[in-house]
Write a protein that binds this ligand. Structure first.
Ligand code: BGC
Length: 453
């Protein structure tokens, strides 16, 4: 991508109805882990255990969004960002997961929603962004089939309390990441491992996604309902048959396992045989309950992976050839910077007939930002966003139904197992003083959104 291309990039090219925004998540920004009656979440517990998060970082304060939400919402306004995606903390609303309701939690989100609306910013709620109430984890968490009913109950309370003003909803954030990292590999909360934990979680999360969506549809009939999936463009390391087959299995695992059942296509068991082991958890009525007619699908795309066959990895028989090894540019997360990835993924998901509309609900990058003379010159991030927008535009011009783009994230925040080591924000946060500095990428985004480019 050359410079001239990006200098020609402007908001008008995307059309008047295109949704521009930023995304965040409760656990990563709020802090106030035990304020005003909040219960513990699995991430509160996980971060308190030794060796789980880099540098022993925790999120008891994080970005202090709980207290300073007004300040950050004013910054959103300053950046001209019209849509704000944030998640609700289940254990702030239901400290024990099921009942009683913590009125202070409801009041808090009402204040956030009302202030957003007062500032002319549209709220986009994610119901679940990985912070399950700890009390529910003690009962097995997502491995327990009751999790579907727990989630329906939580959704009902959120829909009843916020549905009069909030019209854009996402049910679950990136199921493949939190089931894989949290229930198979044990590197995210709740730190469970093994195939049976993973498969049970996969199936219950799938059913909870559509069950939650149905509850929301009944209570807020005019809601714009979506759910989000992490997706990664996959390519084989060579044209050898075994590498091509390995790439297909990884693509199935990462990109197809969750979306296909909700589109009524069932689990893609033919292309990833280990998913046949899900059958022992599938009840006769599940097949029809797994599907829902979503208004939009949120795709969250950061990178691509190159895959080769490997007999050492159980179940998928594949290994990733890292960006470092391939000697290509990568971010602080060690993820390759490969903008065409978003184009390929948009084209791929657009081929599913059941998807009415796609919104990129996350895209962004971590780079080693430094403050110098009160400024953060994060040119790499600006270029990353611009290059991805060019690729999105290319797909849109070819007819892909992509109707929105949300940057991850508004501010630097708590990046799960990486703690505060990796910064994704358009706004820099000094975590000792909570001071904010709008980075150059944020300044660029502001100009872009104001049609000044
Ligand atoms: C998640 C975010 C996360 C981001 C960067 C997504 O997987 O939804 O919570 O911070 O990517 O890793």
């Amino acid at each position: 991508m050359n410079k001239t291309d990006n200098s020609e990039l402007n908001k008008a090219q995307f059309g008047d109805n295109f949704k521009w925004g930023v995304s965040t998540a409760a656990f990563q920004i709020e802090g106030a882990h035990d304020a005003d009656g909040k219960g513990l979440s699995i991430w509160d517990v996980f971060t308190s255990q030794k060796g789980k998060v880099k540098g022993g970082h925790h999120a008891m304060t994080a970005c202090d969004f709980y207290s300073s939400y007004k300040n950050d919402i004013l910054l959103l306004g300053e950046l001209n960002i019209p849509n704000f995606r944030f998640s609700l903390s289940w254990s702030r609303i239901l400290p024990n997961g099921t009942s009683p309701v913590n009125q202070a939690g409801i009041d808090y989100y009402n204040q956030v929603i009302d202030f957003l609306l007062e500032c002319g910013i549209e709220p986009w709620i994610t119901l679940y962004h990985w912070d399950l109430p700890h009390e529910l984890e003690l009962k097995g968490g997502w491995t327990n089939r009751d999790s579907i009913a727990w989630f329906e109950n939580y959704t009902e309370i959120c829909a009843q309390n916020f549905g009069d003003r909030v019209k854009n909803w996402m049910i679950i954030n990136e199921p493949s990441v939190f089931t894989g990292a949290g229930y198979f590999l044990g590197i995210h909360a709740p730190g469970k491992r093994g195939l049976s934990n993973y498969l049970k979680a996969v199936h219950h999360v799938t059913l909870a996604t559509t069950a939650g969506a149905k509850v929301l549809r009944n209570i807020v009939p005019d809601a714009n309902i979506g759910t989000t999936f992490s997706c990664t463009h996959i390519e084989p390391a060579s044209t050898k048959k075994r590498d091509v087959a390995a790439a297909k299995r990884v693509d199935t695992l990462l990109n197809r396992t969750f979306i296909e059942p909700i589109l009524g296509l069932g689990y893609p068991q033919a292309d990833l045989p280990v998913l046949k082991k899900l059958n022992r958890y599938i009840l006769p009525e599940d097949e029809k309950n797994m599907a829902f007619d979503f208004d939009f699908i949120g795709l969250q795309c950061y990178t691509r992976e190159i895959v080769r066959a490997s007999i050492f990895t159980p179940y998928v028989g594949a290994a990733l050839v890292t960006a470092e090894k391939r000697n290509v540019p990568f971010t602080e997360m060690k993820w390759e910077v490969y903008p065409p990835s978003i184009y390929h993924l948009l084209k791929k998901f657009d081929t599913y007939k059941g998807i009415k509309k796609i919104i990129i609900t996350e895209n962004g990058a971590a780079f080693p930002d430094t403050v110098s003379n009160g400024e953060v010159k994060d040119n790499e991030r600006t270029k990353y966003i611009q290059d991805h927008l060019q690729q999105l535009l290319k797909a849109k011009k070819e007819g892909v139904k992509v109707e929105g783009y949300f940057v991850w994230s508004l501010t630097d925040n708590f990046e799960w197992a990486e703690g505060y080591h990796t910064r994704f924000g358009l706004i820099y946060v000094d975590f000792d003083t909570q001071q904010r500095i709008i980075k150059q990428s944020g300044q660029w985004f502001r100009k872009f959104l104001s049609n000044h480019i």
